[in-house]
Design a protein around this ligand. Structure first.
Ligand code: ATP
Length: 123
């Protein structure tokens, strides 16, 4: 394998290690993983079409990716300054807000797609 492809291969391994760290060591990472698995299980139960699957997976991915960046921003801020700083408050609050926006989108998508199908299954 050339040096270029060896370097690319190592980059992918580092990225996979980052994903594993997020889902195993971060409380919010574990929580999002559990919620995503529940949503995916319900989606299988409901028998979604291709477009519905794409929306569900897009919304779950968006929540997880924003939470990963939010975690990074929190870590950087805590590394730079542990003390209260109004500028850090703005940075952390906006990053957390991004997760909330993605989470609201995921809730709306799940409610629109899954709720009617679950209702049909139960009643
Ligand atoms: N150094 C700081 N200066 C100012 N405000 C801060 C600071 N650290 C945290 N905050 C405030 O507290 C909120 C929560 O921050 P924190 O880093 O505890 O996030 P968290 O979601 O509780 O993360 P975790 O549970 O992973 O530690 C921030 O959104 C911000 O409003």
């Amino acid at each position: 394998m050339s040096r270029y492809w060896m370097a690319r291969y190592k980059s992918i391994l580092f990225a996979v290690a980052g994903i594993r760290t997020f889902f195993s060591k971060e409380v919010h990472g574990r929580l999002h993983l559990i919620l995503a698995l529940i949503a995916i299980s319900l989606s299988f139960l409901c028998g979604l079409n291709a477009l519905e699957w794409l929306f569900i997976l897009l919304s779950l991915t968006l929540v997880i990716v924003t939470e990963m960046f939010n975690t990074c921003i929190e870590r950087i801020m805590d590394y730079l300054n542990k003390n209260y700083d109004p500028r850090i408050k703005v940075i952390k609050d906006v990053a957390a807000g991004a997760v909330l926006v993605a989470a609201i989108f995921a809730i709306v998508v799940s409610a629109v797609i899954l709720l009617p199908k679950l209702f049909d299954l139960v009643f």
